[in-house]
Ligand binder design. Structure first.
Ligand code: BJW
Ligand code: ZN
Length: 242
């Protein structure tokens, strides 16, 4: 018997109970703004001040937010299972703040800003302080700083994506939590895991395109569902640590 491998694939819904808005669905961010107006390189080129301020406001909310019961339960699984890889589409770092050590950020992080011209990276609080006027600060090379997130039409960071694909291909169970699973290539990781023989678990308040792949679906809020799932995962893992 080989060691039990769990991949936890998360989206905005896992942070909803920390008070952070999701993108799609009722009350979602995209009901108020159109993605192509803000979350694209073209939008940033057109109106850098607007896009920067939108991220600075969201950063303030994410910094003030606390990890919830779902983030904490996922972090606890590290002590119970041989391998737990958290693959997240979230930019808020709440998994790391809850104690998860192996977190792959597929869509970057709002905690850093980088220069469009030379790639120099600084942390977001410093970047915000550099420009009290509220726009994106300039790098020492003269280039404009931007949030270290992945916009539509941009490539995902290669190293975390490759590690995530490898973990998905080797997983015994992949658990998708709080994601509409509509954004590619991230959503394709669950299809890859399923095709490689993993059991697919889904925790989401609503049905998603993944639901048809799922061996087990739990239609509850993540903070309630995940602590309840622990015993079930332990039964599947069966103490496989080596
Ligand atoms: C709860 C809950 C609770 C609520 N408990 N659950 C194939 C076909 C067509 C198009 C494409 C394709 N492949 C790629 C594309 C283009 C595009 C794409 O996927 N478009 C789709 C519309 C189809 N993809 C891209 O552009 C990607 N890049 C790319 O493909 O590059 C290719 C390339 C190659 C070579 C050179 C250059 C390029 C990049 C995608 C980047 C996505 N970025 C964003 C913004 C990040 C920064 C920011 O935050 O502003 O990432 S968009 C947004 O969506 C964000 C999220 O990470 C992502 C996913 O959303 P998520 O997390 O699933 O949230 P929601 O809101 O959708 O869902 C929340 C869920 O939670 C819901 O289901 C609720 O029910 C549930 N929920 N409360 C449990 N308490
Ligand atoms: Zn620079």
């Amino acid at each position: 018997m080989s060691a039990f491998r769990l991949v936890v694939f998360t989206g905005a819904g896992v942070s909803a109970e920390s008070g952070l808005g999701t993108f799609r669905g009722p009350g979602g961010i995209w009901e108020r703004v159109r993605p192509e107006e803000l979350a694209t390189p073209e939008a940033f080129a057109r109106d850098p001040g607007r896009v920067w301020r939108w991220y600075a406001d969201r950063f303030a909310a994410m910094r003030a937010a606390e990890p919830n019961a779902a983030h904490r339960e996922i972090a606890r699984w590290q002590e119970r299972f041989a391998s737990v890889v958290v693959v997240t589409q979230n930019i808020d770092r709440l998994h790391q703040r809850a104690g998860s050590r192996d977190v792959l950020e597929l869509h970057g992080t709002i905690w850093e800003a980088r220069c469009e011209a030379c790639g120099f990276v600084i942390d977001m609080p410093t970047a915000i302080d550099l420009e009290p006027g509220g726009g994106p600060p300039r790098c020492r090379c003269g280039g404009r700083m931007r949030p270290c997130v992945v916009w539509f039409g941009e490539r995902l960071p290669e190293a975390p994506f490759e590690r995530a694909a490898d973990a998905a291909a080797r997983a015994d169970v992949i658990l998708a939590v709080g994601t509409s699973a509509t954004i590619y290539p991230a959503a394709g990781l669950v299809e890859l895991a399923a095709a490689s023989g993993a059991k697919v678990f889904e925790v989401n308040r609503e049905a998603t395109p993944l639901s048809r792949l799922a061996h087990r679906t739990i239609r509850k809020a993540a903070g309630e569902a995940l602590p309840e799932l622990t015993a079930e995962l332990e039964a599947i893992a069966g103490g496989r640590f080596e």
